[in-house]
Design a protein around this ligand. Sequence first.
Ligand code: KG4
Ligand code: ZN
Length: 341
Amino acid sequence: MSQTKPVLGIESSCDETAAAVVSASNQVLSSVIHSQIDEHADWGGVVPEVAGRSHLRMIRPVVEQALKEADLKPSDLGGIAVTHRPGLLGSLLIGTTSAKALAFSWDLPLVGVHHIEAHSYAALMPLEKMEFPYITLVVSGGHTSLYKTTDALSMELLGSTRDDAAGEALDKAAKMLGLGYPGGPAIQKAGAQGDPLAFPFKMPLIAPQSLDFSFSGMKTALLYTIKGAGGTTSDPWIVSKDCLPDLCASFESIVARTLARKCRRACEQTGINRVLVGGGVACNTRLREVMAKEAAKAGFSAQFAPPAYCTDNAVMIAGLGGEKLRRGLVSGLDLDVASTG
Ligand code: KG4
Ligand code: ZN
């Protein structure tokens, strides 16, 4: 019999400890996220060992809270889904080991979920009807990839970043500009009133047909803009600090335009006219606006994951895990973790 009970999802691949319960019709019954941002802020980025220890402390209260908010007992669940790749190994191990222990003691099926497939699924979850195929863009701190998605569980890679991910580029740019971590939201805030055309950064399109991304050159362009050619001037900045909003808006805009242009290319090359966008950078307001314009011009539709489920969360894990369990896909207690996709 097909699995019709709600599924508990657990996510711990990076710096969020999250648990959620999602019904068989993809209704969100609870979603709890403990973000470690404050624990890593002083270091300007995620420290793997700090992340692992924090997951260890938080996983139990977060899971308990998710069940409480859903008003469910373990016996009401149909299974447990957990992120098992890709991510920080120490962090993944805390989530998967906890999920295994709970599945064993509660006598529930366990299913391992791929974090990137789950980011894509977050954009599918609100849809009344999933109409495959889609072009999926996953833009996060660790990934910038385009896929041809023919099913919730079948994603063919069309292109990915050759260096920095889009989120990583925003994080590094924010650091350069003296803004906080994580950089994406900081740049969005600082650039909200800025002129996106003030600094004419070039779109890194690589080659006319390429679906790959490369953001590291833009970082250098930003460095040279504020520090001069070679980026070595001892003077802190060669442009006025008053330019900060314009710098942020211009940098954010070029990232957004590049992402939108590559989606358009992927649609043209595959003949697919529906695009899904997920991952932390999909929260970005400018990206949403730029993508909507590109979509209207080129005749494709763009469906973004809801902002709350763009950054790391367990709703997408429970959702995709439920989809897998309903197809009879179950993992053993020997489920392994992996740092890469
Ligand atoms: O998906 P995610 O939470 O974690 C990974 O799987 O990597 O993505 C985190 C990334 C960070 O680089 C962060 O700066 C970026 O998403 N991000 C944003 C925004 N919110 C988070 N980038 C641009 N605008 C935002 N509002
Ligand atoms: Zn993620």
